[in-house]
Design a protein. Structure first.
Ligand SMILES: [Zn+2]
Ligand SMILES: [Zn+2]
Ligand SMILES: [Zn+2]
Length: 165
């Protein structure tokens, strides 16, 4: 379940650290990565990234669509999906498959396996950047002569804040 951005639990999660800094660092990193690759972080792409980085919770495309649309300006789904596609391709965000939602990557621009802790209460997603799990899975897969194409670990549970509440 993905709650919207004004959920009090999510806000309290944001306040436990300087999230404005997270968000501005993520946007700076995205600009840098795009400039280096010669791609363009258009206004729409940047706006979508900014909205995803409103917090550390997974955001659904539908919610992005709603946040981007104004009464006098409807944003069409393909516009949002194209922006998401661009952000995924440039490794600025991840898709959380079990939620069909998106989060910002704290280590953007690099290729890495997707490993997430997902809070079922507040939808905050923590990305695990350690390589031990991936290494173990690779070793086990090797023993089966299995060629890994895509590796995703999505662990559901309760974050520290939600356990305390
Ligand atoms: Zn933050
Ligand atoms: Zn990542
Ligand atoms: Zn939580």
């Amino acid at each position: 379940m993905v709650q919207n951005q004004t959920d009090p639990a999510i806000i309290s999660n944001h306040r436990s650290h300087d999230h404005e800094q997270c968000q501005s660092e993520a946007l700076d990193a995205a600009r840098l990565i795009c400039a280096r690759r010669g791609t363009r972080l258009t206004e729409m792409r940047q706006r979508v990234l900014e909205l995803i980085w409103n917090g550390h919770s997974a955001v659904k495309a539908y919610d992005l669509l709603e946040m981007l649309s104004a009464p006098d300006r409807a944003v069409r789904p393909p516009t949002v999906y194209r922006a998401l596609e661009f952000l995924l391709e440039n490794r600025l965000i991840h898709r959380i498959e079990s939620l069909n939602a998106y989060v910002g990557c704290p280590s953007p621009g690099e290729s890495h396996v997707s490993q997430f802790l997902i809070c079922e209460n507040c939808a905050v997603v923590t990305e695990l950047l350690g390589q031990d799990i991936a290494r173990l899975v690779r070793a086990e897969a090797d023993q089966h002569g299995f060629l890994i194409r895509r590796q995703t670990v999505e662990v559901h549970g309760l974050c520290q804040q939600c356990q305390a509440a």
